[in-house]
Design a binder for this molecule. Sequence first.
Ligand SMILES: CC(C)(COP(=O)(O)OP(=O)(O)OC[C@H]1O[C@@H](n2cnc3c(N)ncnc32)[C@H](O)[C@@H]1OP(=O)(O)O)[C@@H](O)C(=O)NCCC(=O)NCCS
Length: 187
Amino acid sequence: MNYLRFLKEKARGYPLTKVLRLEIESLVFGLLSYIPTTLGVLVRGFVCKQFFSKCGGFPWIQPRVIFVHTEKISLGKFFGVNSNSYLNGYGGIEIGDHVLLGSNVTISSGIHPIDGCEPPIITRQSIPSKITIENDVWIGSNAIIMPGIHLAKGTVIGANSVVTKNTQPYSVNAGNPAKFIRYRNNV
Ligand SMILES: CC(C)(COP(=O)(O)OP(=O)(O)OC[C@H]1O[C@@H](n2cnc3c(N)ncnc32)[C@H](O)[C@@H]1OP(=O)(O)O)[C@@H](O)C(=O)NCCC(=O)NCCS
């Protein structure tokens, strides 16, 4: 496959308006992601309100967080995310209230179809697969939330976990693949 054909195939399903939006989003969030201090947090929070499908409160976004397809990302109130996390809303990401993400967390809502030997995987269209994160969820650093996953209210995900299954309300889950450890105790 020559490179032009490759690009044409990748652009299928991406009208010009969509491409332009993605470019502007990439430029704006890319530049703003490097501003340190509370000023950076404030500017990014303000811009999220313009781009995201919903941004309930004032999100606390640390430097170098990457957002893609922001028009399909919905945030509740009191959202916090630490540096270098990656959120791709291709298939939709819905996040409730009081959600905290550690650093280097990956939440990507598209599946690359892998079956069959042709065409090469990189040339195929991704399949949208929505990720839902309910209220009061904490996701530890370096965790990966797989496409289609639903994290129930009160879920805790341990550092470095790969979450391949939906979780129970108020459960603590960790490991690769993430397994149920216990429920959050009442204290
Ligand atoms: C998941 C977590 C909250 C669990 O804390 P906890 O309930 O006190 O758990 P414990 O330390 O008692 O461990 C319980 C078991 O789970 C295992 N475990 C805990 N965290 C784990 C993790 N991230 N990955 C794999 N296994 C883990 C422990 O090894 C232990 O296993 P064992 O019973 O076989 O000995 C905590 O370990 C964690 O990962 N926190 C995230 C920290 C972080 O990322 N901070 C920065 C982001 S803001």
